[in-house]
Design a protein around this ligand. Structure first.
Ligand SMILES: *Cc1c(COP(=O)(O)O)cnc(C)c1O
Length: 385
């Protein structure tokens, strides 16, 4: 279905941070398939993991044990707040599972009337009916019938509005620690700690949607670590599979107490192929020194972007983000800059709020960053808003 306005491009080969089209034209990939190809293209360790898994059992269903799935869950648990993990195949499914965990938690505690979830303005949580209702974007909901009930929305960052929206029916608060689709919006440093305090006081659950910000993108394994707070439930996807489809809902034992046998399921979730690759991704990202190198690369890129902002001040208003989760807010239509960058052999992604998203693979070196900054400089010079 023509649900995408696609660029007239197709790629036949990838190597690290580069993609190549059929004519051999080379593109510096600072889009990463929307924050997915975390370790770049054709990473030897991931190729080996997939080749090896492809010669084993492809699929068994979750009616039996899947060793790579259990190893991946164990590694996620060791490296996070969570005690338990459910695997699906996408970000939206991971968020759906978070919603179900929160509702079931209160129901199992004798409060089925507590099912409503408070979300935030300009959020993005996915394209299924429930996650659309959670995101509450008119342009995404239009024409798809009655909105799924159970979501209340307040402005992002507005603690007073949040306090006022809590009722005896509130089950949870759900937030992206850094909003991705709406323009790499980083909240005030007090915001996430305030949410944790309110959730504890009210006996409601705190859900973080780290589908885009998670798995090393910000220089921490999960973005919420920047603020020293943990959620009760969390959705992870995009980068987790390094390019294979996988999503995960992580939770504390306490929050997931209602999720007993038969309450949730997925035929493909946690499949041997996707979990073998995700396990290799997570082992690489949690290797000593890896996240520090992401932080350093992020600081270098950010510094260069600030210099470009000084030079092209009439075209850039702000540099935002953390680590390699960065955005350039433009004074005009960001699509114009993105098209110009593509003509200069560099791929980026548009976001809301007039932002060009820069999502390089986490393995970028100083040389790749210098190349990106030079292409950005040329593209901005060629842009007229
Ligand atoms: C991309 C995204 C989703 C949806 O993920 P899909 O894999 O497209 O279903 C949900 N939440 C956030 C924050 C995202 O960035």
């Amino acid at each position: 279905m023509p649900t995408y306005a696609r660029a007239d491009l197709e790629f036949v080969r990838g190597e690290g941070p580069y993609l190549f089209d059929a004519d051999g034209q080379k593109y510096l990939d600072f889009a990463s398939g929307i924050a997915v190809t975390t370790l770049g293209h054709n990473h030897p360790r991931l190729v080996a993991a997939l080749k090896s898994a492809s010669e084993g059992v492809w699929h068994t269903s979750n009616l039996v044990h899947i060793p790579t799935q259990e190893a991946l869950a164990a590694l996620l648990v060791v490296n996070s707040f969570a005690d338990t993990v459910f695997f699906g195949n996408s970000g939206a499914e991971a968020v759906e599972c978070c919603i179900k965990v929160a509702r079931k938690y209160h129901s199992a505690n004798g409060h089925p009337e507590r099912f409503r979830i408070i979300t935030f303005g300009s959020a993005f949580h996915g394209r299924t009916l429930a996650t659309l209702a959670a995101g509450n974007q008119a342009k995404h909901l239009d024409g798809f019938g009655p909105k799924v009930d159970g979501f209340d929305q307040v402005p992002f960052g507005d603690i007073a509005a949040l306090e006022a929206a809590i009722t005896p029916a509130t089950a949870a608060i759900m937030v992206e620690p850094i909003q991705g689709e709406s323009g790499i919006r980083v909240p005030a440093d007090t915001f996430l700690p305030a949410l944790r305090g309110i959730a504890d006081r009210e006996g409601i659950l705190l859900i973080f949607d780290e589908v885009q910000s998670g798995v090393g993108r910000t220089g921490k394994l999960f973005a919420h670590e920047h603020w020293g707070v943990t959620p009760d439930v969390m959705a992870v996807a995009k980068a987790l599979g390094g390019g294979l489809p996988i999503g995960a809902c992580l939770a504390t034992e306490q929050a997931a107490q209602g999720m007993v046998a038969g309450t949730h399921g997925s035929t493909f979730g946690g499949n041997p192929l996707s979990t073998a690759v995700a396990l290799a991704v997570l082992e690489e990202v949690t290797k000593p020194g890896f996240l520090e190198s992401v932080e350093q690369a992020g600081a270098l890129l950010r510094d260069g972007l600030e210099k470009l902002k000084a030079k092209h001040g009439n075209k850039i208003t702000e540099v935002r983000g953390k680590g390699l989760f960065l955005g350039l807010q433009c004074t005009g239509e960001p699509g114009v800059v993105i098209d110009e960058l593509r003509r200069h052999g560099m791929l980026t992604v548009i976001a809301g709020d007039n932002v060009v998203r820069l999502l390089p693979p986490l393995i970028v070196t100083e040389e790749h960053i210098a190349e990106a900054l030079s292409k950005l400089d040329q593209a901005l010079s060629a842009t007229s808003f």
